[in-house]
Structure formats: C-alpha cells, structure tokens
Design a protein around this ligand. Structure first.
Ligand SMILES: NC(=O)c1ccc[n+]([C@@H]2O[C@H](COP(=O)([O-])OP(=O)(O)OC[C@H]3O[C@@H](n4cnc5c(N)ncnc54)[C@H](O)[C@@H]3O)[C@@H](O)[C@H]2O)c1
Length: 249
C-alpha cells in the first residue's frame, strides 16, 4: 500500500479521530466527508441517528471510490441530544467503545428560530440556548476533560455563525444571533483556559449556506445563500487549518 497523502502533510488528519455533533446532514455532513477524505476516523453524533448511520456508509463508499487502495477510515454513528448532559456523556462513552481515542472535536449541532423577539415563547428560548450554547459547552468540556486526563493534545472547532458578529437583515433572529455570539466567545475563553493543557479551540463562523436550516426561512435568505458557492470551500480550508498539525504557538 502506498503512503496515504490525501492533502499536504501539515493539513493531513491521518491518525486523528474526530467527533462531530450535528454531522448527519447540512454543514456537519459536508464537514464529516471532508474530515474522512483528509484521513481522520470519525464519529457522527446527532439527534437523527438513522440518518447519521446512513451517512456513515455513504461516506465510507465515497472514500473507497476515491482511494480504492487505502484503508477506509472507521466511521460510526451515535445518538445524542447535545442539550442533555447525560446524553453527551453516554454518547462519548459509546464513541470510545468503537474508537481507541478522541483527538478532535467539531461542534456543529445547532438550529435557528426565525421569530420576532417579542413573539418567541419561553420554551423556544430555552431550547435554542440549550442546543446552541449549552450543547457546545457540554460537548467541549466533556471532551476536554477526557483529553486532559490522558494528556492528549487535541483540537476543537465550534461552529458559530456570521450572525454571532453582525446582524443580518431582514430575518428576525435576535436570540439565534446572541447564541452564536456566545459560542464565539466561549471558544475564545476556552482557548485561553485550555492552551496550557495543549488543547486548541477555535470558532468557525459560516456565512449563509444552502442547507435545511436556510431553506426554512425567507426567499431573500435563499437568494443570498444560493449565490455563495465559494463560501463552503473557504470554510473547509479554515476548518483544516484549525484541526491540523500546524504549530500551536
Ligand atoms: N446554514 C447556514 O447558512 C449556517 C450559517 C451559519 C452557521 N450555521 C450553523 O451551522 C450549523 C449547522 O447548520 P446546518 O445549516 O447544517 O443545519 P441543518 O439543520 O441542516 O443540520 C443540523 C444537524 O444538527 C442536528 N441537530 C440539531 N439539533 C441537535 C441536537 N440537539 N443534538 C444533536 N444534533 C442536533 C440535526 O439533526 C442535523 O443533522 C448550525 O450550528 C448552524 O447554526 C449555519
């Protein structure tokens, strides 16, 4: 078997094992494919386990077609509602039954509420913050604890949003914007807290992407989204920059 060189050596994820939340569809699925094509083993953690399971096979087939003579990375699917601490713990335990270690984390599970602020009911407020903010917090802190206990120098990428830095118009989504601002600042804060433990944390803030989230909102949003073919490519290049072996300091 020839040496597996899917990408430049410093960007390669060969020998890494990545967990991605929300990897069953949309941006998470696209990132899952990219992680595997760069050589990482992968665990997809999602609310929709049947879809995640279906995608593990599709990703493995894609890899085999592209690199017929290489070992197909180990790809597994797991259930968790990331807003539940006990689900998060159970899913990590399950991932570790199938994989010897975890070196990388991408937190992509999240959703948007398009509602004027005065009309958003309290249960939807709680749910949005629980998934987007608490879900990122639980997953990151649990994996960081696991890495610290084993002295693993790991990399994490949180998926924020351009809406965490600016206010796009006309869609009303104040709480979503605030939740993504929280994700962005959580990444910065944890990066500082965990740097001395060898754990690197970054936040990637995508612009509009044509996924199921985007299709649930206004035609104007769709118009912007469909005109942005170049954005996913830029996002994935940045994702690999953050997850790869480039020097930490
Ligand atoms: N699509 C965009 O334009 C865009 C732009 C900026 C940021 N984002 C962010 O990117 C991420 C993915 O967005 P997308 O457009 O691919 O969404 P999507 O709805 O297509 O996919 C989201 C995935 O996350 C999973 N998920 C949702 N809630 C979950 C939970 N509580 N626990 C576990 N899994 C859960 C879903 O089952 C689904 O597989 C989100 O965090 C979103 O805020 C999206």
């Amino acid at each position: 078997m020839s040496a597996f060189t899917p990408t430049l050596a410093s960007f390669s994820l060969a020998g890494k094992m990545a967990v991605i939340t929300g990897g069953a569809r949309g941006l998470g699925l696209a990132m899952s494919k990219a992680l595997v094509l760069s050589g990482a083993d992968l665990a997809i953690v999602d609310l929709n386990k049947p879809e995640a399971t279906k995608q593990t096979k599709a990703i493995a087939d894609m890899f085999q077609q592209k690199y017929p003579n290489q070992r197909v990375p180990r790809i597994t699917a797991h259930y968790a509602d990331v807003s539940s601490q006990s689900d998060v713990d159970a899913s990590i335990a399950q991932v570790l039954v199938s994989h010897p270690k975890i070196t990388n984390l991408v937190t992509c599970a999240g959703f948007c509420e398009n509602s004027t602020a005065v009309d958003l009911p309290p249960d939807r407020v709680k749910r949005l913050l629980a998934v987007n903010v608490e879900g990122t917090y639980y997953y990151a802190t649990r994996i960081a604890k696991y890495m610290m206990e084993r002295g693993i120098a790991g990399n994490m990428v949180f998926i924020g949003s351009i809406s965490g830095s600016i206010v796009n118009v006309p869609q009303p989504q104040a709480l979503y914007n605030a939740s993504k601002a929280a994700v962005r600042h959580l990444a910065a804060s944890l990066a500082v807290e965990w740097a001395s433990r060898g754990i690197r944390v970054n936040c990637l803030s995508p612009g509009y992407m044509l996924t199921k989230i985007a299709m649930s909102v206004r035609p104007f949003y769709l118009f912007i989204t469909s005109s942005s073919l170049i954005r996913p490519i830029i996002c994935f290049l940045i994702l690999f920059l953050f997850l790869s072996n480039l020097p930490r300091r």
